[in-house]
Design a protein around this ligand. Structure first.
Ligand code: 13P
Ligand code: SF4
Length: 320
């Protein structure tokens, strides 16, 4: 049904000397027809940084398009929807980060890539779901501030053996009165991944004892602990491609399971599919065609913010 539209976009893409980057959560009709590169946030940042095309059309959400602009400022970066936000990016402000820095002087600040440009500019280094624990370890610091995702921070704490506290909920002391923590978190959550529960996992395992369950690290630490694998969207796809389980369940945005099923019809993908990201869902083939036709919606980042955010992003890219 959508093939003519996809063909029109691919012609426009050539005429405008554009590259289309598609996040793994794009709906199947778009995901399989127009991106030059598809992947997770880390992979798409790398592609954005090195493209020589005049225009980058980012089929993803706003923080991803902003990251592309920060990394490659001489290109025109287009987001095919006016808003396409993210509950994590909306969950913390630059002022919040400045306050934390004043409260914990000298403690390095890691911010998840799912943040606005001004938050990145206040941070020391950025991480993605694909490298969060590695980025924290690379700092070789006793204590680290990790923002803004409560659950990703909890998963990193578990993986790196650190005790985490959330200052907005008070700072508990150990029995001897000392402060006992190695990670300082914030309490934003992904509105999609917070919906998955351990109860869901129990129910699915009861019905399909041989299912392999993969959970994105934006799910709660209890959910990732009860799953068989946790990783970025890109590593989850690789895991399914490179293993031979009777069936898989992905605890993440539903389009990704559909995209894997379309590429690998031999794999059995279970679905719990009331769970789409409303922001990713704003990006459609129609909007992408309009983006190329009307050069909309142009992403701009004020230069002073861009420069500071770039330092934090480049630190991340250099440790990979
Ligand atoms: P990935 O970097 O794993 O693709 O995650 C991005 C995201 O927004 C997940 O909700
Ligand atoms: Fe943000 Fe969650 Fe949507 Fe990812 S799935 S873009 S973290 S709201």
């Amino acid at each position: 049904m959508k093939s003519e539209l996809a063909a029109e976009i691919n012609v426009l893409k050539k005429q405008r000397n554009a590259v289309i980057l598609g996040h793994n959560y794009m709906e199947p009709a778009l995901f399989h027809s127009i991106p030059d590169f598809a992947g997770d946030s880390l992979e798409l940042s790398r592609q954005a940084a090195k493209t020589e095309k005049d225009i980058i059309v980012f089929c993803g959400v706003r923080f991803m398009a902003e990251t592309a602009k920060i990394l490659n400022p001489t290109r025109t970066v287009l987001l095919p929807a006016k808003k396409a936000g993210c509950s994590l990016a909306d969950g913390i402000t630059a002022e919040d980060v400045r306050k934390l820095r004043a409260e914990y002087p000298g403690v390095p600040i890691v911010s998840y890539i799912n943040t606005n440009a001004d938050v990145k500019a206040e941070s020391d280094i950025i991480c993605t779901s694909g490298n969060a624990a590695r980025v924290v370890a690379s700092l070789k610091a006793e204590t680290v501030i990790f923002l803004p995702d409560e659950y990703l921070a909890g998963n990193v704490a578990r993986e790196t053996g650190r005790h985490i506290i959330f200052p907005t909920r008070g700072v508990p002391r150990a029995n001897d009165g000392s402060l006992d923590y190695k990670l300082i978190g914030w309490t934003a959550r992904c509105e999609v991944h917070e919906k998955f529960t351990v109860e869901d996992i129990r129910n699915v395992r009861k019905q399909f004892p041989d299912v392999v369950i993969l959970a994105h690290p934006e799910c709660s630490p209890e959910v990732t602990a009860a799953s068989d694998f946790s990783g970025s969207t890109g590593t989850m796809i690789k895991y399914v491609e490179q293993t031979k389980a009777p069936r898989y369940l992905l605890l993440t945005e539903c389009s990704m399971g559909d995209n894997i099923a379309a590429s690998h019809p031999e794999k059995e993908m279970l679905r719990m599919c009331s769970v789409r990201c409303p922001h990713m869902n704003e990006i459609t083939l129609e909007e992408t065609r309009d983006a190329l036709l009307k050069t909309q919606y142009v992403i701009e980042v004020p230069e002073d913010i861009r420069r500071r955010a770039l330092v934090a992003l480049e630190r991340m890219l250099s440790i990979n």
